[in-house]
Write a protein that binds this ligand. Structure first.
Ligand code: ZN
Ligand code: ZN
Length: 644
């Protein structure tokens, strides 16, 4: 009698099939899954396994295709095994360590007599291509840990031995493809031929186990994708991202600098960057006043007691700098503005009639970031938040949250961001004890966030258990021109601070009540937002943000008087204008202005002087028909007003 086993696809009726020699791939086929060439693994009762896994007991199966997030990670990890095999064949004596999948790709750390460098990559790549061409199967086996130790010792692989000695498992799994055996839990793609598109990107030093007391290894990075097309798109985006790198453009356009003599993560805004920041700040202030906010200012340091009361010395101290001593008192540099705004609130008794209060501040804060994680303008130690706190009554919550969201959308759209990823972080309903505040206020707060998102028809992801202990929040990521997502906006309830500072207002009933408090930052930080803007526009800022909107280029010296007259006219009309009256070839001046990404180049020659006109060349090379200076002013004004 043939033995049978019951299998089923998740959510479909079960079937019975002979279980003799049945593996994951056969089982999926029996269940009618026919896109075999896209399959890389199978989930058996929820656990991800190789396609070759034996199916001998009743199982609920799910195919894992290379197009799924899990599937592509399996492919990337499998590519790291192939790289290890290639490196071992090419560089006898090399010792292998570990090779995980990472975002977009994989790496493997090697210990060799010399560090690898980028020049080694083409050779390794072609060896990998050879191994992939052979379509070698990944074969899993299980042996005792002791046997594995002996095996790797005999192969001269001390790192593997070290890893094995730390394991407590009786048996371990090995994977072999071609001539290479690795210690690994799996799963992997069925054979090397599945790795259709990969590229090795770079080499970096990395300490064994990330510990600087250990040996420095060579980490080789690669990227891998399900098909050639995706790889090409990725590599093109990488190229484009390099061109747009805000650190490079910041230098080329003279916008900002970070100097070791000052300290890492501390930003110097140069005049051109300062001009853009001023435009952003002026716009920000104007829109906040329009939205019913008031502006406040607060100091950069405050006494230890303040941070004790706020709780920052408890839950936030690792991000704060050591205190300074002033007349025997400890003061901390502020990592946040909140306690100051709360102290303004507490400076007198508040009545229900004056709520809501919306207080905004471009508040510069300092947070401790480890030196390794700093990155241009994106990760810094000193930055200016576009911060605000809203204090309101329970009956005002919905309107206030909607108001926050509307101002957020208005500001982000004004800067050219129209695509968002929105996250709603709520309580874990099963672990309510983790959070401060009762069911009633949490439900009301979460409800107001959901309502606001729904009223503006924004799609969002609801993440249970992602709320911080003191309140639910909305986070908004903006998508830039390359489709990359950047976290900017946070709208965050706080049930903690009003308690800690015993904030109250007198209600219409003559009794004291606790106000609701909301923290929110829309752009996030001006430094980071500036970095994102630079990359989004590749330095070619729209006219309203461009530090120099127009540059006057004379052809010869006899055009200078008219050039000066033109300059006066434009400057008086508040068009940000520069002159290039140098005795240089026009082509040279145009190229330079183009490199500086100035929107309008105004070429002045005999024709323009005689006709009292300007010939306009745009930074993308397009020439406009000659126009009068007045027409040009109207055009630039119109663009500025509409934030183009
Ligand atoms: Zn593996
Ligand atoms: Zn705050």
């Amino acid at each position: 009698m043939i033995e049978k086993v019951t299998i089923q696809l998740k959510g479909s009726p079960p079937i019975e099939v002979p279980c003799q020699g049945l593996n994951g791939a056969d089982a999926l086929k029996a269940l009618g899954i026919d896109n075999a060439d896209r399959l890389v693994a199978v989930k058996v009762n929820g656990e991800i396994k190789d396609l070759s896994v034996a199916i001998s007991s009743p199982a609920e199966l799910e195919p894992v295709s290379v197009d799924s997030p899990e599937g592509i990670q399996i492919l990337r990890h499998s590519a790291s095994h192939v790289m290890a095999e290639a490196v071992r064949e090419l560089f006898p004596g090399v010792k292998v360590t570990i090779g995980p999948a990472i975002k977009d790709g994989f790496y493997y750390d090697f210990d060799y007599e010399r560090p690898f460098d980028d020049k080694d990559l083409p050779e390794i790549e072609s060896k990998m291509a050879e191994l992939i061409d052979k379509d070698l199967p990944f074969v899993r086996s299980e042996i005792s840990r002791q046997e594995a130790i002996e095996l790797f010792r005999s192969q001269g692989e001390p790192y593997k031995v070290e890893l094995l000695e730390e394991l407590t498992d009786e048996t371990v799994s090995l994977y072999k493809q071609g001539n290479f055996t690795d210690l690994c839990r799996g799963p992997h793609v069925p054979s090397t031929g599945k790795i259709a598109a990969f590229h090795l990107t770079n080499v970096a030093g990395a300490y064994w186990r990330g510990d600087e007391r250990n040996r420095m290894l060579s980490r080789i990075y690669g990227v891998a994708f399900a098909d050639k097309e995706s790889l090409d798109t990725h590599l093109k985006n990488l190229e484009e991202a390099k061109k747009r790198d805000h650190r490079r453009l910041g230098r080329e356009l003279d916008l900002f600098s970070i100097q070791e003599d000052i300290g890492s993560g501390l930003i110097l805004w140069h005049p051109k960057g300062g001009m853009i920041r001023t435009i952003i700040e002026d716009f920000w202030r104007k829109e906040h006043y329009k939205a019913g906010y008031e502006l406040v200012y607060s100091p950069h340091i405050g006494k230890a007691e303040l941070w004790q009361t706020s709780g920052h010395l408890g839950f936030y101290q690792e991000n704060m700098y050591s205190p300074i001593d002033i007349e025997g008192q400890k003061y901390f540099i502020k990592p946040m503005n909140c306690p100051f705004h709360i102290m303004i609130y507490r400076s007198r008794i508040r009545s229900y009639r004056e709520l809501p209060l919306r207080w905004a501040e471009l508040g510069t804060v300092y947070r401790y970031e480890r030196s390794g994680v700093m990155h241009g303008l994106l990760r810094v130690r000193g930055f200016t938040q576009d911060d605000a706190h809203i204090f309101c009554r329970p009956d005002q919550i919905e309107d206030e949250i909607l108001g926050c969201l509307d101002l957020t959308l208005h500001l982000l759209r004004s800067f050219g961001f129209h695509d968002y990823e929105i996250m709603l972080s709520v309580r874990d309903p099963k672990r309510k004890e983790k959070y401060i505040g009762g069911d009633d206020i949490w439900e009301m707060a979460e409800g107001s966030l959901v309502k606001a998102l729904e009223r503006r028809e924004l799609s969002y992801e609801r993440e249970e258990g992602e709320a911080v202990f003191y309140g639910p929040k909305i986070d908004v990521k903006i998508k830039d021109a390359l489709g990359r997502a950047w976290q900017c906006t946070t709208i965050q309830f706080d049930f903690n601070e009003p308690e800690r500072f015993d904030m109250t207002f007198m209600g219409s009933d003559g009794l004291e009540h606790r106000p609701y408090m909301v923290h929110r930052a829309i752009l996030g930080s001006l430094e980071r937002f500036f970095g994102i803007l630079i990359e989004h526009y590749a330095g070619a800022f729209p006219v309203w943000l461009a530090p120099v909107q127009a540059i006057i280029l004379t052809i010869t010296d006899r055009h200078i008087p008219y050039g000066k007259e033109l300059y006066e006219g434009l400057s008086n009309a508040e068009v940000r204008t520069e002159c290039d009256f140098r005795n240089e070839k026009l082509g040279f001046k145009v190229r330079e202005a183009q490199t500086r990404k100035i929107p309008y180049m105004l070429v002045i020659g005999d024709k323009e002087v005689d006709g009292h006109a300007v010939t306009v060349r745009l930074r993308d090379g397009i020439n406009l028909a000659p126009m009068s200076p007045e027409e040009l002013i109207i055009r630039i004004r119109h663009e500025s007003e509409h934030r183009r």
